[in-house]
Write a protein that binds this ligand. Structure first.
Ligand SMILES: *[C@@H]1O[C@H](CO)[C@@H](O)[C@H](O)[C@H]1NC(C)=O
Ligand SMILES: *[C@@H]1O[C@H](CO)[C@@H](O)[C@H](O)[C@H]1NC(C)=O
Ligand SMILES: *[C@@H]1O[C@H](CO)[C@@H](O)[C@H](O)[C@H]1NC(C)=O
Length: 627
């Protein structure tokens, strides 16, 4: 494969100075048959997605880096340079302070990679250089070599001894820092990020290698983020088995064992503690070829998506998994923690790469990105602040109430919740899963206005669409070899569409199968200027609650609709007369219906901000056949 040639060069040179280059893994992955494009190959064009990206990029370029360095410097006994300390989860007395900074590193790196934004790059490399100074002062601060954090190393002594008095989750924070450094290394090509990362990984290895298996497993009872994931990534990047061994120490048997045999024992577990471990399992399968890891990751996904997921693609209530299929019973203000969906999307993308013939993965990806994460960000705020939970109670509202128990928006300096961190990542990688490829195939998995530069084939693919307002998607192919180039275009035909059509240069292609829930495949010698049009029919459909099918959300195509209740509070779930649903205009997703005998306006849940909404309804009757 072409990439292995480039790989040799990039490893030999080690320096990866420009945005168009991403570090390519040293270790070939097992069991994958489709590959993402580098982030610098795909850019968003004008759309709802791009508006989200813009708001987050504003915040990333505005936030005071010195304030974000405060806890690291204070902990490593360096001057805080007169900076103000942050509040919220980055306050100087917050147990796992400095968990957020790794998310900023990742988001700055992504911002640079996709937009070529030099300010984002400079922030990332400055931050890394300052972290290197913190790490270099470890002897004076009394820490072991390589340690890097905003809280003292003694937190790990307490963790290993299971003295859990202060609710600290120190490896959770370390994981974020490592993931951020890895992304600055990979996406920016900053070798200092690699050096700081490998020194910190070395500290993790020496800290954990002296524990017995039983001590390690006991310690894994405390949330540790994706330590198995990031260490496996480092192994895949460097080829050094030391990191794989360290990663596998973080395989949490109590969670992995039931999942390996497909048993759903998630009830009562803290949800976002588990999902990163499953991403790690997927990555450990790529690194080792051990199918047990694959089974753990696939079964975890299947169980979570099938039995623990709300219509908007989110899971968890009060941060926890509830009994299998318990959906209607848990429509509360604190449903659908943002981080869980961010992590489920990461998992979904890796599982699809093992099984690129299955549309179920990107059907879910689309569902969760559109209906949960897109609307999790405040459109009225130029810094794109987010909610922690997405309330699904009748008359719920984003941006109201305390963070836990409701959905208040995050703030510039006084929140720094986990979901704020994953939110800035999400909104700087909205382009990373639209297209994938193998040697002779281009996959289109998501319908998002964007441009792909497939440099390997010297072509540009422009995707133009008003999706999801309508189901018409145009792909224009430009460039390539003179005389054309043969490859296969594979387009996800979602399972929600009743009917799909594909035409090439204005002619409907009869021989292409467009069965919903499959990939439509167009193999031909492509010429510059070729146009592919995809038409996905959209219809109203209901998404019943697993535990009570008479309770349901309503969707139009992929879009979950919600009722607009203004400032009216609802004391119980309204009953929607399904037969009364009407679309108001073909140019928007505005609908009307009758609920509890009164008229209600419905629109996309991703736009339901600034008013009380309703997502799940008691239902009566049948949907109209023709809407
Ligand atoms: C996003 O920002 C870019 C650069 O400033 C601007 O050209 C574009 O119009 C903005 N798009 C949206 C949807 O906000
Ligand atoms: C989970 O696996 C079962 C058995 O293969 C399958 O029927 C079901 O559709 C899967 N669930 C999801 C959400 O894909
Ligand atoms: C790449 O495509 C451009 C047109 O987009 C063309 O001018 C150029 O000759 C192509 N390069 C190669 C190596 O085929």
């Amino acid at each position: 494969m072409w990439s292995w040639t480039i790989l040799t060069l990039s490893l030999a040179g080690m320096a990866l100075p420009v945005a168009s280059q991403s570090a390519l893994p040293a270790q070939r992955e097992a069991g994958v048959s489709a590959y993402p494009f580098g982030m610098s190959s795909v850019s968003l064009t004008e759309s709802r997605w791009m508006a989200n990206q813009n708001r987050t990029v504003n915040y990333l370029k505005w936030v005071d880096v010195e304030r974000l360095l405060y806890n690291f410097r204070a902990n490593h006994r360096l001057s805080t340079k007169g900076a103000t300390a942050n509040g919220g989860w980055d306050a100087p007395n917050f147990p796992f302070r400095t968990h957020a900074q790794g998310h900023f590193l990742t988001a700055w790196a992504q911002c640079y990679s996709t937009l070529g934004d030099v300010e984002c790059r400079n922030r990332a490399t400055y931050f890394v250089a300052e972290l290197a100074k913190c790490q270099a002062n470890n002897a004076a601060a009394g820490f072991g070599a390589g340690y890097l954090s905003g809280f003292p190393e003694s937190e790990f002594t307490a963790l290993e001894a299971r003295r859990l008095s202060n609710g600290n989750v120190p490896y959770y924070a370390i994981h974020k820092t490592m993931a951020g450094l890895l992304d600055v290394w990979r996406h920016v090509g900053d070798n200092k990020a690699r050096d700081v990362l490998l020194a910190l990984a070395g500290w993790v290895d020496s800290r954990t290698s002296r524990l017995s298996y039983d001590q390690m497993q006991a310690m894994l009872g405390t949330e540790f983020g994706g330590m198995n994931d990031v260490l496996t990534e480092i192994y895949l990047e460097t080829g050094d088995k030391r990191w794989l061994t360290a990663a596998q120490r973080f395989d949490h048997a109590a969670v992995f064992n039931p999942l390996a045999s497909g048993r759903d024992q998630l009830n009562g577990l803290h949800a976002n503690t588990q999902v990163p471990k499953w991403i790690g399992a997927a990555r450990e399968f790529f690194a080792t070829g051990t199918t047990r890891y694959r089974d753990i990751a696939k079964n975890a996904w299947n169980i979570t998506v099938g039995a623990h997921t709300y219509a908007i693609g989110g899971n968890s209530q009060a941060e926890h998994f509830r009994p299998p299929n318990a959906i209607a019973q848990y429509l509360n203000k604190d449903t659908a923690e943002g981080c869980n969906t961010y992590n489920m999307l990461k998992l979904t993308r890796e599982l699809w790469r093992m099984d690129p013939g299955s549309t179920a993965y990107f059907d879910y990806y689309e569902q969760a990105l559109l209906n949960h994460l897109l609307g999790q960000q405040n459109q009225a705020d130029s810094h794109g602040h987010i909610t922690y939970f997405t309330p699904l109670n009748p008359g719920g509202r984003r941006g109201v109430g305390p963070a836990w128990g409701g959905g208040t928006w995050s703030t510039d300096y006084n929140s720094f919740w986990c979901c704020q961190g994953t939110g800035i990542e999400t909104n700087t990688k909205l382009m990373d899963s639209i297209y994938f490829h193998d040697d002779s195939t281009l996959f289109v998995n998501l319908f998002t206005p964007s441009v792909l530069k497939w440099s390997q084939r010297n072509i540009t693919v422009q995707q133009t669409t008003a999706f999801p307002i309508d189901g018409k998607i145009l792909l224009t192919i430009q460039g390539g070899r003179s005389g054309g180039d043969e490859w296969t275009l594979r387009i996800r035909i979602p399972s929600w569409t009743p009917k799909a059509e594909v035409s090439v240069n204005g002619e409907k292609v009869q021989s292409i199968s467009t069965t919903p829930g499959s990939y439509a495949s167009v193999k031909r010698v492509w010429q510059s200027g070729d146009k592919v049009e995809i038409r996905l029919q959209m219809k109203l459909r209901i998404v019943p609650a697993n535990d009570k099918p008479s309770v349901a959300a309503v969707a139009y195509g992929p879009v979950i609709l919600s009722g607009n209740y203004g400032s009216t509070s609802l004391s119980s779930m309204p009953t929607l007369a399904l037969g009364s649903l009407r679309r108001k205009s073909t140019g928007s997703l505005a609908f009307t219906a009758t609920a509890d005998g009164k008229s209600v306006e419905l629109g996309p849940f991703y736009d339901a901000q600034g008013f009380n909404y309703n997502v799940y309804w008691a239902t009566s009757g049948q949907l109209p056949a023709d809407v």
